[in-house]
Each structure stands twice: as C-alpha cells, then as structure tokens.
Design a protein around this ligand. Structure first.
Ligand SMILES: [Zn+2]
Length: 254
C-alpha cells in the first residue's frame, strides 16, 4: 500500500453538527458536513502513525479499518485532541506493549494528569491503556516514514506541525513563526487550520488561513478544524481548485 495520509476528523472542538443547534436538511444531507474532531492518520510502509486521539478516535479508526498503530503523536493537549486516548487500551491489549506516545514535555505532564491510571500498577486481568511517553525530536522515524516536526503558537500554548515528504499537517495554530517555515515551504499538500470565518484568538480564521495558503503556495491546501460556518458544497464551489475543504475520510498520497 502506498504511503497515505487520512483525515480522520476535520471538525473543530465542538464537532459538526454541533449539539443544541439546528441545521437545514440540505446541510445535513452532505456527509462532508459531518465533521468529527480533528485527527490524521499517516499510513507508512511499516505501520500507522496516529496524529492526535480525538474523542471519536475509536469510531474514526473503525471507519477506516485500522487494525494497528505503531505510534501516536500528540500535537497539544486540548480536550478535542486527547480525549480518545483511553481507547488506545485496545492496541495495548492486542500487542501486550505500551503505546509509544510522542509529546512535548508540558503535554506529557497533561497526559499524566488526565490519565494517571495509564501509569499506575494494576493486578493481572485489569486492562488499562499504557503510554510510553517519548520526546518529540525534529525528525522521527516511525512506521517507515521520515517525519519532520516543528512547533507553532496556538494562542497561549504550542502545537505540533508534522511534515512527511511534501505533505504538511498543521492543525490548531495562530501563527507561523520564521523558525517553523521550513516545514511549510515547497509543499505539494498543506492541511491547514481555518476554524471559522470570524477572527479567533487561538486559530487561523478563514481570511488568515487563505492568506497563508496563498503565501506558502503549496499545490493544494485543504482547510481543516472546521466549524459549522462551512457548508462544504457551496463553499468549495466558490473557491479556486487549489483551495479545498478537508472532510472526514479524505485520503492524500504521501
Ligand atoms: Zn487546540
């Protein structure tokens, strides 16, 4: 199987449709408007690498027929990016090994605080997820893929950006500092945060995301971490072909 990135979830922290809101039937009729929380899978020649564990991680991996994970990368520890981590227990049970989880030191602290039981001692027969927390280096070799990394600001916290070959996944960011630019240059495909139309203190909103997409000039940009501002069909119909909206299940060759 050729190396592929799968957009597991393209939605903002609320998910789309969002609880408590009503939508026109035409909006709901388009499956691309049903957005689970943001996550991406890298399918390498030697294994699968999961970027973030959304609250829908279990359903996302079942949907895509994913049977095994080589490692998990955590971009940051907002709830929509880690609340599926408990379900990693299924893979730990299957392999009998701790799941390698790559995260920044402050994100590792959050994971220990939110999932203390994953690091505790339990009697035989009690199955909990086990995380082998590892440091994120500027280059990682995982699943047979060479993964380049950098951190970008996401409001007051930082978020991991991941690049494989000429593909870059950049969810949850409010700026691209000069030191992170090498990850964004010379791309074929960029997946980029564009949370909503109105400005947001912690995210790229639409105008800013488009501005950066045009400046960085990959062959194609898919916008992700989308709220319900975006009705997929009508929005894409008004865009040039190099600007697209991501959707759950989108597959991108690496
Ligand atoms: Zn976030």
């Amino acid at each position: 199987m050729a190396p592929t990135a799968i957009i597991l979830g393209s939605g903002t922290s609320n998910g789309v449709p969002t609880l408590g809101r009503t939508y026109p039937p035409e909006f709901l009729a388009d499956p691309r408007n049903h957005r689970t929380r943001a996550s991406c899978l890298l399918q390498g020649p030697e294994g699968n690498v999961l970027i973030d564990c959304s609250p829908e991680m279990r359903l996302q991996l079942l949907r895509e027929g994913v049977q095994d994970l080589a490692a998990v990368l955590i971009t940051h520890t907002h709830a929509d990016h880690i609340m599926g981590m408990d379900d990693l227990r299924a893979f730990c049970l299957k392999t009998g090994a701790d799941m390698p989880v790559y995260a920044a030191p402050e994100h590792q602290d959050d994971i220990r605080r939110v999932f203390p039981y994953a690091f505790g001692q339990f009697p035989p027969g009690i199955f909990v997820p086990r995380f082998d927390l590892r440091e994120v280096t500027s280059t990682l070799e995982l699943g047979g893929l060479t993964i380049r990394t950098a951190y970008v600001p996401h409001g007051p916290v930082r978020c991991l950006v991941v690049r494989v070959n000429d593909f870059c996944y950049a969810t949850d960011l409010s700026d691209i500092p000069d030191e992170a630019l090498p990850l964004f240059e010379g791309l074929d495909t960029l997946v980029l945060d564009a949370v909503r139309y109105r400005p947001h203190p912690n995210h790229f909103h639409w105008d800013r995301a488009v501005e950066w997409a045009e400046r960085l000039a990959p062959r194609i940009t898919y916008f992700t971490h989308l709220c319900d501002d975006y009705d997929h069909g009508p929005v894409e119909a008004g865009l040039p072909p190099h600007l697209r909206l991501a959707y759950d299940g989108l597959r991108i060759p690496l």
